[in-house]
Design a protein around this ligand. Structure first.
Ligand code: NAD
Length: 514
């Protein structure tokens, strides 16, 4: 269902969109867009269910959520079929990115949710420690709105949902209009696993449905998608004083040092750029290679990309699938053509696949690129390896940072310490050393973007706690006895305060109370 268009058809006040296959370009269904009333009805239902769900202990929620694992495994083929039908992505990409990663998310958070959300008892600092006891409670927000894109239509819906429900919330999911059925699977698997009806509800539709969800009384918006939509959502949330996280686009750079393992780096560049047809937020979009090894690296990348298999059988034997959406095809083609017109070289690919009828863009290798070209500045999201020669690592770091985006990046060198030092100088939310960007799947690490790539961090302990508010409960150890520091005030009291202050901040022993 990669293509959609308004059919000018309205059913009971709801717009209807026609969906087409990216593989055959044939119509494959319709969706009826949820309207404001549908959002309000779903919210009312979710609010009721959330009360009982939020009152359960984390351990009880874990027991219920764990039941998703067998359901996901039993339905893996059916979910993959839906994802592939809607997106045309390579079947192996669907299996690993959507199913493996989803099971991994469920098991990771089920194993750790109780630890991450257990009340904490930090010691009060300084003199306060003598009289106060603190407890931090991580309480659910209520109903959370999750809005997702089309490139990872199941995992990007499931992963935040698991965290939100384990933290005690109900979820309203608005999947992309390009991949509504993959999104609907989330509600289906939750129902099959026996989670309370209404705890996870899917509202299909386009931006209007998403906007209605943002404007509704949900307590938080977790958004993944483009910069432009993220800005609109941030404006709306700002006006409503509603928290949100924004996981937005990227223009990841890869730095290949002269001492890199060339074979490994070549494989990393090809996978990082072409996996999921290049529709990967942390996809490698710019490869900066130090001049000593540039020629060898480029030659091997060209050979590696030339043998990638592209086909429309939708089987496990294909490496690079279709472009999921005709709008993305336009962006990819426009940027490549513009770069070529400005002198860029296409070594392989650079055009639609003439042997396939659907939305297939050939895996591509380009060089002779510079930062004036749109393909080096704006997100491309296509299966394109852009290779740029640099004098040295310093130039590579400077060019990597010369971007409005700051999502992820990767550095390749046999000297891991050197790699980590270079990584620390890249202004992005995360960096991999000797690997393509793997940040989203490494749950223990927070994930997020700098600059235009987003606001806030998701995943891991930080992420799951983001679906709660931390309520400190501070008790006085005097069990309610009248405080000596209270009213009435007098000069004697003030003199004592002055002495205490002098002791704390001039006497070396005062440091014991800092
Ligand atoms: P998009 O912004 O067009 O759409 C994303 C979602 O927002 C869709 O569900 C859409 O219907 C909805 N939406 C559109 N207008 C809205 C509005 N006004 N209010 C509320 N919701 C609205 O993005 P896309 O084209 O679906 O996704 C591709 C983008 O997502 C790329 O830029 C990619 O880099 C980014 N992405 C980021 C991450 C990350 O973790 N940082 C992960 C995957 C994708």
């Amino acid at each position: 269902m990669a293509i959609y268009q308004t059919m000018d058809k309205i059913e009971q006040g709801r717009r209807v969109l026609e969906l087409r296959s990216p593989v055959t370009l044939e119509p494959i269904g319709e969706i009826v867009c949820a309207n404001k009333q549908d959002v309000a009805d779903a919210l009312a239902k979710a609010e009721k269910v959330q009360v009982a769900w939020g009152a359960k202990t984390v351990k009880q929620r874990v027991e219920a959520v764990k039941k998703l694992l067998p359901v996901l495994l039993d339905n893996a083929d059916a979910i993959v079929d839906t994802v592939v039908r809607e997106t045309g992505k390579a079947r192996t990409d669907a299996l690993l990115m959507e199913i493996y990663a989803s099971c991994d998310s469920v098991s990771y958070y089920c194993r750790r949710a109780d630890k991450f959300l257990r009340p904490e008892k930090p010691r009060a600092h300084g003199l306060m420690g003598l009289s106060k006891k603190i407890e931090l409670h991580f309480k659910p927000l209520g109903v959370v709105g999750i809005i997702t894109p089309w490139n990872g239509p199941f995992i990007l819906a499931l992963n935040p949902t698991i965290q939100a429900i384990l933290a005690g919330n109900a979820v309203l999911l608005k999947p992309s209009e390009v991949t509504p059925e993959s999104g609907r699977w989330l509600q289906t698997v939750c129902e099959k696993a026996g989670l309370p009806e209404g705890l996870v509800q899917v509202l299909v539709g386009d931006g209007e449905t998403g906007a209605a969800l943002v404007e509704s009384a949900v307590e938080k918006i977790a958004f993944t998608g483009s910069v432009a939509t993220g800005q609109r959502i941030a404006e709306s949330c700002g006006r409503q004083l509603k928290p949100c996280t924004l996981e937005l686009g990227g223009k990841d750079a890869m730095i290949v040092c002269s001492d890199a393992d060339i074979e490994g780096a070549v494989a990393g560049a090809i996978m990082g750029s072409c996996m999921n047809t290049g529709h990967y937020c942390c996809g490698t979009e710019r490869v900066y290679v130090v001049e000593d090894i540039y020629d060898t690296f480029l030659e091997q990348v060209i050979e590696g990309v030339r043998v990638l298999r592209q086909g429309s059988d939708l089987g496990y034997e294909e490496d690079v699938g279709a472009v999921f959406w005709d709008k993305q095809m336009t962006i990819i083609e426009t940027q490549v053509d513009d770069a070529v017109a400005q002198g860029a070289t296409v070594h392989v690919g650079g055009k639609r696949n003439p042997n396939l009828g659907g939305l297939y863009y050939e895996p591509t290798v380009m060089s002779n690129l510079d930062h004036e070209m749109a393909i080096m500045r704006d997100e491309n999201f296509g299966p394109i390896v852009c290779v740029i020669k640099v004098k040295d690592e310093e130039e590579a770091i400077a060019l990597a940072n010369d971007s409005q985006f700051g999502l992820h990046g990767n550095v390749w060198t046999k000297d891991t310490e050197k790699g980590i030092n270079i990584a620390k100088r890249i202004d992005t939310g995360g960096v991999s050393v000797n690997d393509m960007a793997v940040g989203y799947g490494v749950h223990s690490a927070p994930f997020g973007g700098r600059k235009a790539s987003g606001v806030g961090q998701v995943n891991g302990k930080v992420g799951i706690r983001g679906y709660t508010y931390c309520q400190p409960v501070i008790s006085d150890k005097g069990a309610g006895k009248k405080s000596p520091t209270g009213f009435p005030r007098d000069l004697k009291q003030v003199e004592t305060y002055k002495k205490v202050m002098k002791f704390l901040w001039t006497n070396p022993l005062g440091k014991l109370f800092w």
